[in-house]
Design a protein around this ligand. Structure first.
Ligand SMILES: *Cc1c(COP(=O)(O)O)cnc(C)c1O
Length: 477
């Protein structure tokens, strides 16, 4: 064994020195990115080029240059011209809580493997339950991402609504109802649970892109006629592609009428419960049996942390066990065992993610979440209004959040040609790297998709982006 190597790697004075250097680098990076001194949002290279670069760096580069090189050559979410996928520019205190969690490395599966973060997790999830409007029997936990949280909630739903399915498996065809515009992870969860394609009952959306509640009864009746036992319905708050919210009150009403589990996928917009101006977007969220809210989307946290919250906390103990003992407990008791997290989470080991939630609350108070969500949703409306005024641009739908989809249009071009043009525009934007936006296809039409994630993005950035889009439109036709 090379004992010297281990000693060098764990040398605490080395850590101090490198740590100070790294904080200096990160601080400069943060400042330069927020203030646009770094001109590029993304330093685009083809995957193969990046692979070669990093392979060659591993073989020949200097370790002293590693952190600087990463800072310089990847995607910069703190840039005000970043308007791409829905990940937060992480709040600096979150970078620090990530750092301390990275060193302490508490495994979290049982209380003894993370006493402080377990208590913090209870506090922050209780706080979120209260903000949702749940009563005191509500309980939640944190888990690794919206994808895993949605799967976990649907497993709970099945165990609560289809007795003995945990032990016996699916011995009848089962199904869930969901908007055709829901995030793909709901589809994936259903497939993992063995529901098959027929078990994902996709309800169409209205012209305004929210689940068409008038069609619910028909779709349920149709599923029943095929012998499918539908046990859950998922509401999107909002859907990922368009950022439009389902009518959660109507979905809850339908769920109650038919004894379905009502799950709200609020990965993006669940944080709206914290916005005084936009709370109405999630009206009815308190009627859900379970709710997912991502910390790393609209709550400024570093990836990856998601809250899964249950209206009745005891239900969460049914996810991975069919034993009825827990369910028989009427209220909080010594047996509730909230503190051994792995009994309820998909993960065994997980990161000390509660540190992020707790730190932000402690340093800045819950008002900061209101400020963040409200500012970004306001910016979404402002941007959409600018697009709407431009005769060569077309909104997919008037936004209800910070997700704004639009395209360049030309009266003389076919839909096919417009699709190709908008794809080409987005490709050139990516390659130039001055902006980062994405694209989506809605009912066959290609749109440029933006999510305003940076509270320091301003009118001038929107103007610059629209000008760039128009300029490329002219150049490419
Ligand atoms: C982002 C998103 C997800 C997936 O969450 P991850 O944290 O990326 O796993 C699920 N549902 C919706 C509506 C989302 O926007």
């Amino acid at each position: 064994m090379n004992k010297d190597l281990l000693e060098a790697a764990y040398n605490s004075e080395d850590f101090r020195k490198r740590g100070h250097q790294l904080i200096e680098l990160m601080t400069d990076h943060l400042k330069n990115t927020l203030q646009e001194k770094n001109n590029k949002v993304i330093d685009w290279e083809l995957p193969g080029e990046a692979l070669q670069n990093w392979q060659s760096f591993l073989n020949h580069g200097s370790a002293e240059q590693l952190f600087l090189k990463v800072l310089q050559s990847t995607t910069h979410i703190h840039h005000p011209r970043y308007m791409g996928h829905q990940v937060s520019p992480s709040i600096p205190i979150g970078a620090l809580s990530n750092l301390i969690g990275g060193l302490l490395n508490n495994g979290m599966a049982v209380y003894e493997m993370g006493t402080a973060p377990t208590a913090m997790e209870r506090i922050v999830t209780d706080w979120l339950c209260e903000k949702i409007g749940f009563a005191k029997e509500a309980r939640g936990f944190l888990t690794s991402g919206g994808t895993l949280a949605n799967l976990t909630a649907l497993i709970t739903a099945r165990n609560m609504k289809v007795k003995d399915s945990w032990d016996d498996g699916n011995n009848q065809p089962l199904g869930i109802m969901v908007s055709e515009e829901a995030h793909y992870c709901v589809n994936r969860a259903a497939k993992i649970m063995g529901l098959g394609e027929q078990g994902i009952i996709k309800v169409p959306v209205t012209q305004q892109w929210s689940l068409d509640t008038e069609q619910l009864e028909n779709y349920l009746a149709d599923a029943k006629s095929k012998g499918i036992h539908v046990f859950a319905i998922v509401g999107s708050a909002p859907t990922t592609a368009t950022g439009i919210f389902d009518d959660l009150e109507a979905l809850s009403h339908f769920a109650q009428k038919h004894d379905l589990w009502f799950h709200v996928d609020g990965a993006h917009g669940g944080a709206g419960v914290l916005s005084s101006a936009y709370k109405h977007t999630v009206a009815g969220i308190d009627l859900a049996d379970s709710v997912v809210i991502d910390g790393h989307k609209m709550m400024m946290m570093p990836t990856l942390t998601t809250a899964l919250l249950y209206k009745n906390g005891l239900d969460s103990h049914a996810t991975f066990s069919q034993k009825a003992d827990y369910l028989l407990e009427q209220s909080e008791s010594e047996d509730e065992d909230w503190y051994n997290m792995a009994k309820r989470t998909f993960e065994c080991t997980k990161t000390m993610m509660s540190l992020h939630w707790f730190s932000i609350l402690k340093f800045y108070g819950e008002e900061i979440f209101d400020a963040f969500v409200t500012r970004l949703y306001d910016l979404g409306s402002e941007f959409a209004a600018m697009i709407d005024r431009n005769p060569f641009l077309e909104l997919a739908v008037k936004p209800q959040s910070n997700i704004v989809c639009f395209r360049l249009v030309r009266p003389d071009m076919t839909e096919q040609a417009l699709n190709e043009l908008n794809l080409a525009i987005r490709k050139q934007l990516l390659e130039a790297g001055r902006f980062y936006i994405v694209q989506t296809k809605l009912k066959g039409i290609v749109y440029l998709r933006t999510t305003v994630m940076n509270p320091f993005t301003q009118t001038t950035h929107f103007q610059q982006l629209l000008k760039a889009v128009e300029h490329l439109g002219t150049k490419l036709t």
